[in-house]
Ligand binder design. Structure first.
Ligand code: ADP
Ligand code: MG
Length: 210
């Protein structure tokens, strides 16, 4: 199994413990995690990406328990194997879209490639924004740039937090299909967490949080 969790729980200081159902996602598989606001979706995604450490349980990626890695090790592991689409993406404001993606390639130790960047932005329908500052993008365009940044290094695991919340129905469908296609092309595991019930029909594997 590319990604699997067991007995995962987390507790913010002073709050009740959250316990999460076990997850298994293989290479080329997709998984939807649905739940209302406050049900712990972002927390779970951050545990899967090694941004938070669990109270109990394990998060295994390629059989490596990332919850046992040190801070430096987990950052390196994430850079090489995990692509995160954040609910609230932050970009470097002083440089343009293309430069933000070149930076993502450099930070992962990958060769920089403008042609790969253009191809991906074209698939996402924002290649005309290549030279725009990220502050000039709409919410939906930022969401798609966030997806581009997560996918540019072809990670084994793609974790997406509400990737469609700022998108209309047409772009919602396009973005999900694109995420699925890219995950399938690369043999990546794709995990999407959302409250967006429009996504129900696109994912055969679903877990509900409540
Ligand atoms: P969702 O993404 O499903 O809306 P979250 O994972 O963001 O849910 O939050 C789950 C619960 O944890 C909520 O009750 C939220 O208030 C709480 N929470 C989230 N982040 C923090 C934090 N940094 N400190 C304390 N509590 C938090
Ligand atoms: Mg959230």
């Amino acid at each position: 199994m590319l990604l699997s969790t067991k007995d995962l729980s987390f507790e913010y200081p002073g709050s009740a413990e959250m316990v999460f159902p076990d997850l298994d996602c293989g290479s080329g598989e997709t998984h939807l995690i649905l739940g209302p606001s406050g049900s712990g979706k972002t927390t779970l995604l951050h545990l899967l990406g090694g941004l938070l450490k669990p109270k109990n349980g394990s998060v295994k990626v390629n059989d490596i328990d990332i919850s046992r890695l040190s801070g430096g090790q987990v950052d390196k592991f994430r850079g090489q194997h995990i692509g995160l689409v954040f609910q609230q993406p932050h970009f470097v404001a002083s440089i343009n879209v293309e430069e933000n993606l070149l930076l993502a390639q450099k930070l992962a130790g990958q060769p920089t490639s403008t042609s790969k960047i253009k191809e991906l932005l074209d698939q996402l329908g924002i290649v005309d924004k290549l030279k725009k500052k990220t502050s000039e993008l709409s919410a939906g365009e930022k969401q798609r740039l966030s997806i581009a940044r997560a996918l540019i290094n072809r990670p084994a695991v793609i974790l997406a937090d509400e990737p469609t919340s700022a998108l209309d129905d047409t772009n919602c469908k396009n973005v999900i299909k694109l995420l699925e296609n890219l995950a399938a092309q690369n043999g990546s595991a794709l995990i999407v967490v959302t409250h967006d019930r429009r996504l129900m029909d696109y994912f055969p594997n679903k877990t509900l949080l409540n």
